[in-house]
Design a binder for this molecule. Structure first.
Ligand SMILES: C[S@@+](CC[C@H](N)C(=O)[O-])C[C@H]1O[C@@H](n2cnc3c(N)ncnc32)[C@H](O)[C@@H]1O
Length: 292
C-alpha cells in the first residue's frame, strides 16, 4: 500500500457541513433557462401520456431521458435563476403587495397569531413572503433544495384534520403548469381548498374576511393568453365552481398572478372538459379540466 499524502492544512469546520443551497448565480442565459424548463415540461407531458396509454417502453425511455437530462434538479436550478431579481424575480412580491393593500398584515400583527402559509412548489426559503413578520411558513416541494423545504408531494400530503393545522393562505406559484395532465391540474386546484382554515374572524378595522382564506396562484402568461383550451375566463369558471372568488389579479410580460378567496358555501361542482375555446394555429395546448 502506497503512502497516502495527508494534508497538514486543517480543514475548516464548514467543510464538513452538509451543503446548503447557494444563492443561485445566473449561470444559464435566459434563453438556456427557458429551453431547460420547456424541455423538462415536454418530457413530463410525453411521459405522462405514455403511462396513460400503457406504453411502458416509451415511458421507461422518457424516464431515462428525464434523469439523464439532470432531471428535476436541473429544472429547479433553471427555475431558481428565473426567481433572481435580474430575471423577473420572486412572484411572492406581488402577493405581499396585495396583502399589504388589503391591510391583512397589520391586522395579523394585532391578532397575535401568525398568518399560516403553505407554499407548494417552493424553491427558496428567502422569498418576499418568507420575510414578512408574523408569517409562519410551511414549505414543500417534490424535491427539496433546502433543509427548511420539506420533500413532499402535495397530491399525497395528508389533509389536516385540525383547524389549527390548516392554513390562511396556500401559494401555488408556477406549479400547476408543471403538472403534465389537465385532470391532475384540476385536482391540484381543488385540493388547495382542503388545506384552508376558516377560523379567522374579521374585525371592524379589517377587511380580512374579504381576502382570507385564500389561494395565491400564478401561471405562465401563455397558459391563459395563448391556449386554444384555456383562458382567464375559463380559469375563473373553474375556480368559482371550486368555491374560489377572484380578489386580485395582474399580468406581467410573462406571468399571470391571481389571488382567490375561498368560501366553502360557494362550492358548485361542475364538469369542465378539454374543449377548444379559442381557435388559432399558433396556440398552445395548455388545459385544466375538472371531473365535476
Ligand atoms: C417552476 S417551479 C416554481 C417554483 C416557485 N414556486 C416559483 O414561483 O418560481 C415548480 C416547482 O413545483 C414543484 N412541484 C410540482 N408538483 C408538485 C407537487 N405535486 N408537490 C410539491 N411540489 C411540486 C416542482 O418540484 C418545482 O420545484
Amino acid at each position: 500500500m502506497g503512502n497516502k499524502k495527508t494534508s497538514s492544512k486543517r480543514k475548516s469546520l464548514s467543510a464538513g457541513r452538509p451543503p446548503l443551497i447557494q444563492k443561485p448565480k445566473a449561470t444559464f442565459s435566459s434563453k438556456a433557462t427557458r429551453t431547460i424548463i420547456r424541455k423538462h415540461h415536454n418530457l413530463l407531458k410525453a411521459h405522462a401520456q405514455a403511462i396513460k396509454v400503457g406504453d411502458d417502453e416509451t415511458a421507461a425511455e422518457l424516464a431515462q431521458q428525464l434523469s439523464e437530462d439532470g432531471g428535476l434538479s436541473k429544472y429547479q436550478q433553471a427555475s431558481q435563476i428565473g426567481q433572481l431579481n435580474s430575471r423577473g424575480g420572486d412572484t411572492s412580491k406581488v402577493l405581499v403587495n396585495w396583502l399589504q393593500e388589503s391591510s391583512i398584515l397589520p391586522w395579523i400583527h394585532d391578532q397575535g397569531s401568525p398568518l399560516r402559509v403553505l407554499e407548494v412548489g417552493c424553491l427558496s426559503p428567502n422569498n418576499a413572503i418568507s420575510k414578512v413578520p408574523n408569517v409562519e411558513m410551511e414549505r414543500i416541494d417534490l424535491h427539496s433544495t433546502h433543509p427548511s423545504i420539506r420533500e413532499q408531494d402535495f397530491m399525497k400530503t395528508l389533509v389536516p384534520s385540525l383547524a389549527s393545522e390548516k392554513f390562511d393562505l396556500v401559494s401555488l406559484s408556477l406549479v400547476v403548469n408543471f403538472v403534465p395532465e389537465a385532470a391532475e391540474r384540476g385536482k391540484m386546484l381543488q385540493r388547495t381548498s382542503w388545506f384552508l382554515s376558516h377560523t379567522r374572524k374579521s374585525t371592524e378595522s379589517s377587511n380580512a374576511s374579504a381576502v382570507l382564506p385564500c389561494l395565491f396562484l400564478t401561471l405562465p402568461l401563455p397558459c391563459v393568453e395563448n391556449s386554444r383550451y384555456f383562458t382567464a375566463e375559463r380559469l375563473a369558471d373553474i375556480m368559482n365552481s371550486l368555491g374560489y372568488e377572484l380578489t386580485h389579479s395582474k399580468t406581467s410580460t410573462k406571468i399571470f398572478y391571481s389571488l382567490w378567496k375561498f368560501n366553502p358555501v360557494a362550492v358548485k361542482p361542475k364538469l369542465f372538459k378539454k374543449e377548444e375555446i379559442v381557435t388559432g394555429r399558433s396556440r398552445n395546448n395548455f388545459a385544466i379540466t375538472l371531473a365535476g
